[in-house]
Ligand binder design. Sequence first.
Ligand code: NAI
Length: 345
Amino acid sequence: MTKVAFFDAKAYDKPSFEHYGSEHDMQFRFLETKLNEDTVELARGCNAVCVFVNDTVNAAVIDRLYAMGVKLIALRSAGYNNVDVQAAFGKIHVVHVPAYSPYAVAEHAMALLLTSVRRIHKAYNRTREFNFSLSGLTGFDFHGKTVGVIGTGKIGRIFIDICRGFGMKVIAYDRFPAPDSGIEYVTLDELFARSDIISLHCPLTDETRHMINAAAIEKMKKGVVIVNTSRGGLIDAEALLEGIKARKIGAACLDVYEEEADIFFEDRSGHILNDELLSRLISMPNVIVTSHQAFLTEEALNNIAETTVGNILSCFENDGICDNELCYRCGNIERCKKERKEKCF
Ligand code: NAI
């Protein structure tokens, strides 16, 4: 039987994983705690660990898992910046869920944007108290505005289609522009200078960390709206706050935050929030924060469970080749074994 230590388990994870796992004699040990150097011992006796975005899978954790005989790290997310993939190479295979519902994330980005620009969150609170005043609720038309999309992969492209439906002009920046996509690619500087709205859909890497910083904000239009449903680390949150205080940034819609790991996904009401930067951002009238919920649709949860169970099965059965394996050689034509239909190691 395949035993999987399932870290950072939430009530909404269990039904779908139990359903797909039970079909394949797979047993999940649901653990509420996150995986890190202090909790790694909880995986003892399991052949695999299943982790999410705020588990810490660094070289030290990987070495301890390897020593206890864990053979597989199964990410139930698309992003994998929290896993030291290079340190895992040759020891433990790493798999992820490349796409579970890009629509869920792109639609949430638009939901945040509409809520913010049309002040729906304020109107909702007002009318609940029978305050029907319109004062302070003026928004702006999306039609004819320019949206700059950074990262034109699965989610970015769907977001682009949604924006075009609103009659917006779309410009984009991607390190690897998609040929023949009909997307108008521009430099990052041009995107900053021309966009009324900027939405982030690229992964967090050493190169993209703090790509939205004070220098970038300086280049943007006054009143720009920034949407981040990708990873918190793409934005230097202190610079964002300064931009908001200086009235340079018109609004920020954040589903992710750089220091979210110990805060998001939990009920902190009734506690004093120790993160002053996040408290200050939340207190701003033109900032909307959701706690990394862009992925959270029924369709996405089912796809995540089905793909993760499939990934685990392919790693432990037959030839052990899994299309969703990640290794630091992936994408490197010379060295990528996966592209030659071989195991990464
Ligand atoms: P994808 O891999 O399909 O697309 C990413 C795009 O970013 C690619 O076109 C790639 O060329 C581009 N890119 C890579 N490096 C870049 C750079 N330095 N500058 C600009 N563009 C660069 O990924 P997908 O599925 O569209 O997801 C995008 C991101 O969304 C993920 O990395 C993840 O961080 C985030 N995400 C957030 C979720 C949430 O619940 N908030 C859920 C799922 C994903």
